[in-house]
Design a protein around this ligand. Structure first.
Ligand SMILES: CSC[C@H]1O[C@H](OP(=O)(O)O)[C@H](O)[C@@H]1O
Ligand SMILES: Nc1ncnc2[nH]cnc12
Length: 292
C-alpha cells in the first residue's frame, strides 16, 4: 500500500475545488508547453490533491486546443498517482438523464486534430488500452459520486468528438443506434490515452447535461441548455471531490489493473536508436522505463 496523490481534471463548469488545506495555485513547466492553467495543490482529509481546470479558469481553451500532453505531464510531475477526470457530456440513453453521473469505462475516439501520444519518431511505444480506465479508481469515483446523492451509472461508452460544434442529427443517431455509444463529449480523448502512457490510474466521471439532438422529446443541444444543467452538476462534482479522500486513503501498489506498469513492455525503439531530445522530454512520463 502507498499514499495516493489525487489529481482532479475539472471540465466545463468546474474551475475550482473547495476545502483544500495549504492550498496554492502553482505554475508547472513541462517539456510539452504550459498546462491549461496553474494547478491548485493542497491537502483534503490528509490526502494530497492537485486540481487542474481543463479549459483554464474562465474557460479559455477550446476542446481541440486543450494542451492535453502538458496537463498529464504536469500532474505526473507533481507526483499525482490517481487522476479523476470530470467532464460534461451529452447522453444517448433515456435512462442516463441530465444531472446523472456516468462512470465511463470505454471510449470511441473520433477526434482527429490533436496530438495523441507522448511517443513518436525516436522513441516509439505502444501501450495496451483495451480497458482504458482504472477499475479500482473508477469504483472509488463511483462511491464518491453516490455519496453526493446523484444517480450514478457505473460503466458507459464515451464517444469523443472533435467539436467545437455539436453533432448533426445523423451523427447523433449513428453514434447511438449503430455504434452503441452511451455519452458524448469533446475532451475524453486523448486525455485517457495520455494518462495510460504516463502510467497514471485514470477514471472518468461524465456529468450528463443534455440528450444531444437525437431525442424527439427534447430540444437539440445548445450551449445555453448545457450551462443550465452544468451549474447543478458542477456543485455535485465539487461535492464528489470532497468524498474522494475518504474512499481512497490507501493505494494498492502495484495497481491491480496494471495502470502503473503500462510502459513495462511498451517501448519498441532500441536504446541506441532513441532520440536523446525526445527521451529527455519523456523524463516525467516515462523516466521509470527509459532511466532518464
Ligand atoms: C460546454 S458544452 C461543450 C464542452 O463541454 C465539455 O467539456 P469538458 O469535457 O471539459 O467538461 C465538452 O467536452 C465540450 O468541450
Ligand atoms: N451533446 C454534447 N456533445 C458534445 N459535447 C458535449 N458536452 C456537453 N454536452 C455535449
Amino acid at each position: 500500500m502507498s499514499e495516493p496523490v489525487i489529481g482532479i481534471v475539472g471540465g466545463s463548469g468546474v474551475y475550482q475545488i473547495e476545502g483544500l488545506e495549504e492550498a496554492r495555485w502553482q505554475a508547472v513547466d513541462t517539456p510539452w508547453g504550459p498546462p491549461s492553467d496553474e494547478i491548485l495543490t493542497g491537502r483534503l482529509g490528509g490526502v494530497r490533491m492537485a486540481f487542474l481546470p481543463r479549459h483554464g479558469r474562465g474557460h479559455v481553451h477550446a476542446p481541440s486546443e486543450v494542451p492535453f500532453r502538458a496537463n498529464i505531464d504536469a500532474l505526473k510531475r507533481l507526483g499525482v498517482t490517481d487522476v479523476v477526470a470530470v467532464s460534461a457530456c451529452g447522453s444517448f440513453r433515456e435512462e442516463m438523464a441530465p444531472g446523472d453521473f456516468v462512470i465511463v469505462d470505454q471510449y470511441i475516439d473520433r477526434t482527429f486534430a490533436r496530438a495523441k501520444s507522448f511517443f513518436g519518431t525516436g522513441c516509439v511505444a505502444h501501450v495496451a488500452f483495451s480497458h482504458p480506465t482504472c477499475a479500482r479508481l473508477s469504483g472509488a469515483a463511483a462511491a464518491a459520486a453516490r455519496a453526493t446523492g446523484v444517480t450514478v451509472h457505473q460503466g458507459g461508452t464515451y464517444l469523443a468528438m472533435e467539436g467545437p460544434q455539436f453533432s448533426t442529427l445523423a451523427e447523433s443517431r449513428m453514434y447511438r443506434e449503430v455504434w452503441g455509444a452511451d455519452v458524448i463529449g469533446m475532451t475524453g480523448m486523448p486525455e485517457a490515452k495520455l494518462a495510460r502512457e504516463a502510467e497514471l490510474c485514470y477514471a472518468s466521471v461524465a456529468m450528463v447535461t443534455d440528450y444531444d439532438c437525437w431525442h424527439p422529446g427534447h430540444d437539440a443541444v445548445d450551449v445555453a441548455s448545457v450551462i443550465r444543467t452544468l451549474t447543478l452538476n458542477s456543485a455535485n462534482a465539487r461535492a464528489l471531490v470532497t468524498h474522494l479522500p475518504g474512499v481512497l486513503t490507501d493505494r494498492p501498489t502495484p495497481c491491480p489493473c496494471g495502470c502503473d506498469r503500462a510502459l513495462e513492455h511498451a517501448v519498441m525503439t532500441a536504446p541506441d536508436k532513441r532520440d536523446p531530445a525526445l527521451v529527455a522530454r519523456l523524463d516525467a512520463v516515462a523516466g521509470r522505463v527509459l532511466k532518464c
